[in-house]
Design a protein around this ligand. Sequence first.
Ligand SMILES: Cc1ncc(C[n+]2csc(CCOP(=O)(O)OP(=O)(O)O)c2C)c(N)n1
Length: 299
Amino acid sequence: MTAEVNASLDFNTTTFPNKRQSADDLKAVGNEIRRDIIRMLVRAGSGHSGGPLGSADIFATLYFGGYMRYNPADMNDPSRDRFVLSAGHMAPVLYAALANAGCYPKDEQATLRQYNTRLQGHPGRDMHLPGIETSSGSLGQGFSIAVGMAMSDRLVDKSDKRVFSLTGDGELQEGSIWEAAMSAAHFHLDNFCWIIDNNDCQIDGRLPDVMNVYPIDAKCESFGFDTITVNGHDPADLMRGFDRFIENQKNKTGKPTAIIAKTYMGHGVSFMNDKFEWHGKPPTKDQAIAALEELAQMP
Ligand SMILES: Cc1ncc(C[n+]2csc(CCOP(=O)(O)OP(=O)(O)O)c2C)c(N)n1
C-alpha cells in the first residue's frame, strides 16, 4: 500500500491472515488497525481514541499471530478460543481487529456508535457482531465473565480451549478484578491469559495520582499468576509473552498467565501520545487527517 492510500479517510478491503508471522508483518497489521480506529472515530464524532490506539499492537499479535484459534467465517464455532474485552470502552480496537481478520465487512466500521448498528460504543453481545463474546463496559465485569468461561472450558468441558481477556490498568482499581484473579489461580486455569494494558493513564489522570495500583507485577504474582512484563508496542516482545502462556498451558503448570503490556495511550499519533486527555474523545476531521498521515509513515 502507498502512503497516499494508507492516509485515506475511507475504509479499504484488505484483510490479514492469522498465523505465526514476523514482528514486522504484525506491526503493519497493528498500524492498519490504528488507521481504522481513526476512520471510525472521526465518523462517529464520539468515542475513545487513547486506549484503542495504544493497544493496537496487542490486538495485532493476539488475533494475527496464531495465538487465538478462530475461524473468521464462523465465530460461533464451539471449538474456538475466546477473547473478552473487559475494558469495553476500548471497543474500536476490537472492532478493527475483527474487521481486519475478515469476521465482518470492513466498511461496516463506518457505523460505529450509530443507533441499532452492530458496533455500539461498548461491545453488546445482543448486537450479534461476530467475535463479541459478551457485553462489557462496566469495568471489572468482563474479566470475571472471562474467568468463568475458562473455568467452564477447563472443569466442565475438559477442553484445551483458551480464554484471553484484556483489562485496562485503571480497571485494576475494581475489587471484582481481584476476586476473579483469585479464582483463576485457585482453579488452576492454565488455559486463561490476562493481558493488562499498562499505559499508566486513566480517564482523568495518571494511575498513581488517581489511585495507585503499582506494583502490578507483584500483585499478579501474589494472586497466583505466572507474570511477564513486555513492551506492548513490540510484537516480538508481545509474542514472547503469548509464547509463555502457550507453554504454561502445554506443560499443564496449573497457573494462569498475566501479560503486563507496557504501552502509551494514543501511541502512533504524536499529539495524542501518552496524554490521558485522549482517553475518551475522538479526533476532529483535521486531526484525523493529520493522524492518518502520520500513521501512514509509521514504520
Ligand atoms: C464500573 C465502572 N466505573 C466507571 C466507569 C467509567 N470509566 C470508563 S473507562 C474508565 C477509566 C479506565 O481506565 P483504564 O482501565 O486505565 O483505561 P484507559 O484510560 O487506559 O483506556 C472509567 C473510570 C466504567 N465504565 N465502569
